[in-house]
Design a protein around this ligand. Structure first.
Ligand code: BYC
Length: 343
């Protein structure tokens, strides 16, 4: 239990633990599950990792919407692999949260009852095939910009999960870019469809980075703990700077008349974000909030028999292992064959 969760002033031992934790963070060392950590650090990680895991699995829905209507076998195979990758990302992240004592059932229950958030971006509909490209290019692109620094997060299991996730996201981003490139070089109708998708996904993608820095309650502490390495606005700016030349190469425009290169800052200036829209989506009033959550609850209920079967199988395996144990062997310790036993 962390010093800040205890009642009264921290004891000498707790002060020493806190000092060791602070020194490890300052030295850029990783905090591991068995290390002592302040309760607020643990809780903040659970909050962020859970929201991240929920986003990955809810994020499967908008793109899965197009699997049956992909325009070719090649596109269908790519899209199926991508959607499956997102499920895998969810699993790594729920696994990382479990190392902090947060069970998967508990977290899923919080998602299903609206007590934990998932990314605002997945409350927008995928209206055309080009949306699959726009999600890959912009949404996965924003995700990579946000998540590459998380590979250096101070909490070991989260940082390690992010390494693999970022590699896969990088493939996702390129397939989206390639899909949009094919459309923008296609017929006039295909080019218009690509442009329309970019117009609809651009602003919500900028909102993925979270509220502006002066309205972000968690940023300062998360950055001091080296969970986050950059502020929301810094990463948003980095993303805009990356996207402008890419849009030009795609032959598409970004729907912002205020986009202008600022020589002095060495960055692209961009227009005002509609933060009211962001707040509305977070409150549950986005175009697809209800649909996403009800589909997620339905999938969970429909999967109950799979979880029961997996648990029954695991129990049967454990019982078999226990029955095969030689008498006197302490339970939980696998009976290993020795050299003599094998010969
Ligand atoms: N949507 O103080 P702040 C993906 C919440 S999945 C919803 O700045 P923080 C992908 C925030 O949680 C993309 N909520 O918070 C998957 C907090 O609420 P609570 C998901 C948002 O944590 C499939 C409140 O607003 N990526 O990549 O310092 C296919 C105040 O915000 C949003 C991650 O989760 C939002 N956009 O910074 C394709 C990455 N923004 O908890 C792609 C990991 C903020 O007080 N997470 N909120 O109720 C992070 O890096 C950080 O948590 C954030 C927010 C930058 C998102």
């Amino acid at each position: 239990m962390g010093a800040d969760a205890a009642e009264g002033p921290p004891s000498g031992a707790e002060q020493a633990l806190q000092a060791a934790f602070d020194a490890a963070v300052a030295a850029d060392e990783r905090i591991e599950p068995r290390d002592w950590m302040p309760e607020a650090y643990r809780a903040s990680l659970v909050r962020q990792i859970a929201q991240h895991a929920h986003s990955e699995i809810i994020g499967m829905q908008p793109e899965a919407n197009w699997i049956t209507r992909a325009p070719s076998l090649r596109r269908k195979a790519i899209l199926m692999a991508k959607v499956q990758d997102e499920a895998g990302h969810g699993l790594y992240l729920y696994g990382a949260a479990e190392t902090l004592g947060a069970g998967r059932d508990e977290l899923l229950d919080k998602l299903h009852t609206g007590r934990q958030k998932y990314s605002s971006i997945f409350n927008y509909p995928t209206l055309t095939w080009a949306d699959v490209g726009a999600i890959g290019w912009l949404v996965d692109g924003a995700a990579i910009t946000n998540q590459v620094p998380l590979c250096r997060c101070s909490y070991g299991p989260y940082a390690r999960a992010m390494v693999r996730i970022c590699k896969e996201e990088s493939f996702h981003q390129r397939q989206g870019y390639e899909l949009l490139l094919a459309l923008s070089r296609g017929t006039e109708a295909q080019r218009a469809m690509a442009q329309d998708a970019v117009n609809r996904w651009w602003w919500p993608s900028l909102m993925m980075f979270g509220p502006p820095d002066d309205e972000s309650p968690h940023s300062a502490r998360s950055m001091a703990w080296k969970i986050k390495r950059h502020s929301n606005d810094e990463l948003r700016q980095r993303f805009v700077d990356i996207c402008v030349p890419q849009a030009e190469a795609l032959g598409l425009t970004l729907p912002d008349p205020d986009l202008r290169w600022n020589e002095e800052r060495g960055h692209w200036d961009f227009g005002a974000i509609d933060w009211q829209e962001f707040r509305d989506v977070l409150k549950g009033n986005g175009p697809c909030n209800e649909q996403r959550l009800s589909q997620r609850r339905r999938a969970h209920e429909n999967g109950a028999w799979v979880r029961e079967a997996a648990a029954a199988h695991a129990a049967k395996q454990a019982a078999r292992r226990a029955a095969a144990q030689p008498p006197g062997q302490p339970s939980g310790q696998a009976a290993r064959p020795t050299e003599t036993a094998r010969s």
